[in-house]
Design a protein around this ligand. Structure first.
Ligand SMILES: Cc1ncc(C[n+]2csc(CCOP(=O)(O)OP(=O)(O)O)c2C)c(N)n1
Length: 515
């Protein structure tokens, strides 16, 4: 058995089922081996950012890692931005980077790169395989590292001769690490804080944004008067009818400050303290009030769900449904189309159990409010602020959940970074509806200039924030990659196209021309 075969089999034994790849010569033995080792599906991405973003989306929905297979430093570099987002999402991922053979590297051939220094930016674990014999152990260690709570990117650098040389028997499924339980003393301390009845905010993250965690948070909130909140961006949250509604910190600094004002205690559950995305000149760069005391109920690697359950028990918090979304869908919007109306139409029409990949940027500012009343669904944010994630994440989510409709709510600028995702969706026949908010500008950045007092930017500044001249034709772009596309200029157009896209299976794109 070769190193590549043993690697694949060890990953398959550990439950890894899918590999997103854009391979090259140094990965050819791995590619040859995928037809010899059953159980690993391969998906081609036409740009590495599609592969890494799709692996992230897959992990968020499947709760286990996908593998990527990338071509040396340049291929890895192309995948960097979405590996960064995956790091911020705590997504487990086995990131395999092919390299030159151990004996060729010293000649510095053209594709040689300092792979390790690129990897350091996003990978919680990295190893360069030394020989084919080490491969099964390397693969099992990578898997354990990826699944170490709360999840991380594990990168295995794979020299070509480690792939083709004779290896050992593949490893069995490794025993995966579990989240560390939270001490009872910590739970009691936090319960005491809540019993004081001072203004408390509980900041939820990770598993607590899933249905069971939200229910516990709702009980604790009802019993103690504490507010429950989520960070601005979250890897995955469950929302919609029957689920506890929580507030999310806004992106702009002023309303974020306002929201936390007068908070006497901030309880962190699985997340670090909230920070603004940027420091804006002349504005505060810390949103937690000065006199607010912070308490940690659970660290990211700890069992946050278990801790919340124990806290609810300690407080005797009864079952409560007062903060649950009653699931009354909004009426269908009509007339001139706006981003808000697009979201409301989606909430009015989307099927149960859909998945939303939200990269609407300025078009999804208040999407939380605009989608109240929608049926139960999962929501995936851009976690690391690096745009070009929405379409790949939707692609990976659709592969993880073949029975569920996926909506990629995408701004036009961000969409252009990784639009090759559409081709992968067509090839894999994925049930993804992409909605493009075509405002033909980097609108959010115009807002940033306005904040600086520049309402009327000079022609050179204006030009780099404008996406017109020529206008992108998303219908043609989609059709050129095998995805049927249509254009909406009114609410009536949009609801027609959306209803049709919901009725039929398979990838679709609707370009919404915003005024
Ligand atoms: C990888 C990466 N490059 C650049 C940026 C900076 N950036 C932030 S928002 C933005 C433009 C967003 O435009 P669009 O996606 O069309 O959304 P809109 O602002 O129009 O809603 C850019 C370029 C980024 N966040 N990530």
């Amino acid at each position: 058995m070769t190193g590549a075969q043993s690697l694949l089999q060890t990953l398959v034994n550990g439950g890894v089922e899918i590999c997103f790849t854009n391979p090259g010569t140094s990965e050819m033995h791995f590619i040859a081996a995928v037809d010899q080792v059953p159980g690993m599906r391969t998906v081609l991405g036409l740009f590495e950012g599609v592969c890494t973003g799709a692996a992230d989306g897959y992990a968020r929905m499947a709760g286990k890692p996908a593998a990527t297979l990338l071509h040396l430093g340049p291929g890895l570099g192309n995948g960097f931005a979405n590996l960064h987002n995956a790091r911020r999402a705590n997504s487990p991922m086995i990131n395999i980077v092919g390299d030159h053979t151990t004996y060729h590297l010293r000649h510095d051939p053209p594709l040689t790169t300092d792979i390790e220094s690129i990897v350091r930016g996003f990978s919680g674990w990295v190893r360069r395989s030394r020989s084919a014999e080490d491969i099964p152990a390397d693969a099992a260690d990578a898997l354990m590292a990826a699944m170490t709570p709360p999840g991380q990117v594990a990168t295995l650098i794979l020299p070509a001769d480690c792939s083709w040389n004779e290896s050992r028997e593949p490893g069995p499924a490794p025993l995966l690490p579990r989240p560390v339980p939270v001490e009872q003393a910590t739970i009691r301390q936090v319960a005491n804080v809540l019993r004081m009845r001072e203004p408390v905010v509980i900041l939820l993250s990770g598993t607590l944004l899933m249905e069971d965690g939200l229910r516990l948070a709702g009980r604790i909130s009802h019993a103690t008067g504490a507010r429950i909140m989520g960070n601005r961006v979250n890897a995955r949250s469950q929302r919609g009818a029957g689920r506890v509604v929580i507030e999310r910190l806004p992106y702009p600094i002023a309303p974020a400050l306002e929201m936390l004002q007068r908070t006497a205690h901030l309880i962190l559950v699985g997340s670090p303290p909230p920070v603004p995305f940027f420091a804006w000149q002349g504005k505060p760069n810390w949103i937690v009030p000065k006199d607010c005391r912070m308490h940690v109920l659970a660290r990211p690697e700890e069992d946050a769900l278990g801790a919340m359950q124990a806290l609810a028990d300690e407080l005797g918090a009864a079952t409560d449904s007062s903060s649950v979304d009653p699931g009354i869908r909004p009426p269908l919007p009509t007339g001139e189309i706006t981003a808000e109306k697009v979201w409301r139409a989606l909430a009015a029409l989307m099927p149960e159990n859909a998945i939303i990949s939200d990269e609407g940027v300025s078009s999804s500012r208040d999407a939380d409010n605009w989608t109240i009343g929608a049926p139960p669904h999962d929501w995936l944010n851009v976690t690391g602020g690096s745009i070009g994630q929405g379409l790949p994440v939707a692609t990976g989510a659709a592969l993880a959940c073949p029975g569920r409709k996926v909506f990629a709510m995408e701004s036009d600028g961000a969409g252009m970074y990784t639009l090759q995702s559409l081709w992968t969706q067509a090839r894999e026949r994925l049930d993804v509806v992409t909605v493009i908010f075509a405002n033909r500008a980097y609108k959010i950045l115009r807002g940033e200039l306005r904040q600086m007092g520049i309402a009327d930017p000079g022609p050179k500044a204006a030009a780099v924030l404008d996406l017109g001249n020529p206008n992108l034709d998303w219908v043609k772009l989609a059709e050129g990659m095998g995805v049927p596309g249509s254009r909406a200029e009114t609410c009536e157009d949009f609801t027609d196209h959306l209803q049709d896209a919901i009725r039929t299976r398979g990838p679709r794109l609707i370009e919404v021309i915003l005024p």
